[in-house]
Write a protein that binds this ligand. Sequence first.
Ligand SMILES: [Zn+2]
Length: 682
Amino acid sequence: MRSAWAVLVIAVVLTTVLSAQTKPETAKAPTSEVRFTPGMLDQSIDPCTDFYAYACSKWQAQNPIPPDRPSWGRFNELQERGEYIVRDVLEKAGEDRPGRTANEQKIGDYYASCMDESAIEKAGTTPLAPDFDSIAELKSKDQLPKEIIRLQREGADVMFGFSSGSDFKNASQIIADVDQGGFGLPDRDYYFKEDAKSVELRQKYVEHVQKMFELAGDAPEKAAAEAKTVMEIETGLAKGALDQTSRRDPQKIYHKLSNQELAALSPAFNWNLYFEGIGAPQFESLNVSEPDFVKQMQNVINDYSLDDWKTYLRWHVLTDNANILPAAFVNEHFNFFGKTLQGTKELRPRWKRCVGFATNDLGEAIGQIYVQQTFGAEGKARTLAMVEKLEKALGEDIKTLPWMGEETKKEALIKLAAITNRIGYPDQGKWRDYSNLKIVRGDAFGNSQRANQHDLQRQLNKIGKPLDKGLWPYPPMTINASYNPNQNNITFPAGILQPPFYDNHQDDAMNFGGIGAAIGHELTHGFDDEGSQFDADGNLRDWWTPTDKKEFQERTSCIEKEYGNFVAVDDQKLNGKLTLGENTADNGGLRISYMALLTVLAGKEPAPVDGFTAQQRFFLGFANVWCQNRSDAIARMLVTLDPHSPGKYRVNGTVSNMPEFREAFHCKADAPMVNQNACHVW
Ligand SMILES: [Zn+2]
């Protein structure tokens, strides 16, 4: 089911984009300093006035946003380094030599095909023909399900989403899941917001849709009319959709219905026919995340002619495959989704885009080689030891909370003890199996569609089966981490277990401020406004006494108010409700990591390093991870989409709630970094 992930950062993967890049790629991996050094601090700024500026303003000045990025931060530096490693793996696997393993053939030939721009240019729009022909042959709206099946299996996002996920109330069981979908813009709010910027964005979107139809060969007047139709149908679907804040509420996205009940919501769409063809095992009930969306689907099917629907489907074939079409499509796609929407100035070099696509489509085949090269058993053991210290600290925190009663504490401790930890990479036998996926050298378009089909089938095959907690949601080179409330586990892939998060050569204080706070963050997700609604087994079940729940909500509303007053860009404030879970996790995570550090120090005061006490270095290590720059365009976009606060508030919002910070930096009682109404949940 969607929205079940509470991740550490957002990877801005909205729409990755491709283009022609002709000059040879000889660039080497960046070598800038990832480790913290005191030279990074701006000594002209008082840490008690603006800790983020003290720790990050020099980094910000020295690290402007690269032209091919909408934002740039320490996470991106790591990501970029990883891309060079992955490129080496892919290039080596791409050498056409005997004795390649099956996975080497797939990843190597996938990458080589993606890089073969001349073959892609030569093919032109020919790869689109089977989809366009099939759409053109539709005789009535009754045939829509068959075409939707075809396109969804190829990876197109049309009309709605269909996949599998844990049953929220019986989490060990995987069930089918129908979800809202089929929009071209990033979110339902984009279709309805009335501020000038949003109105302008919609107008530019319609212009972009028109241009894409023209590139596909339609005359300008026809393309203009088609673009209008696309906008109308997508707006119609969006009317039934939930916004991002609502989608964080598990109660709002869990509706277990029988197949008949689903069919009754939208009789204009033959669900039986759809389920027979999509490739799912038989089932009798499923989760319908947003029943109102399915009802609205019914209206939109009825309101628009077959020809209008054909236009909508052709549009999604175009936009959803734009990345692997000739340069003209790639550039136009980038103009809207990269430039206009996110404020990115230039397209990323082709090899970086192809590394991204290969990672997306064959991530665990690449990951098996990546971890052999980068991640030893020692890294896993040391991280696990840290996780145990953090879990112990959270246990102590729960036991000593003044506002929580014994009954709820008992349940919370049971839940904490049940959290399982996945570190580095999947266990043997749990790697994704790509043996049924055919990758053909020279067929970038076909490879992408077959990979999408393979992935959908993998998801659908789980329906009706027990949950397998050994399967990972993303490949091990990912620079991120997550907590899954349905599985009650945390995942820390190999990618994030490196400087500046974690470093064998740094003192404990820096590591606890970095990876320690990140581990604490993920553990706290089990107890934020969303995670706290799930129990030790991952089931949606209320284990709180009413009094304790009230106390909890009073404390989370403090955080909601605090962050809701922070300005993201121009007149746009953060959405305190959308970001509540992440902010709660940031605050709890930093606090319990600090507790864990104190137990490691065991009352001894280590000699200052570079003139900073261990306590000061802990907070510096934390801030260092969140240094970042963002374009105004993406800052605006993320206010609507991102449940995470920008780096500045992840740092200042959090440390200003901690008396330990005030003490470490000897701040005066009325200093800006001392929140007079300090919020404290965990
Ligand atoms: Zn998070």
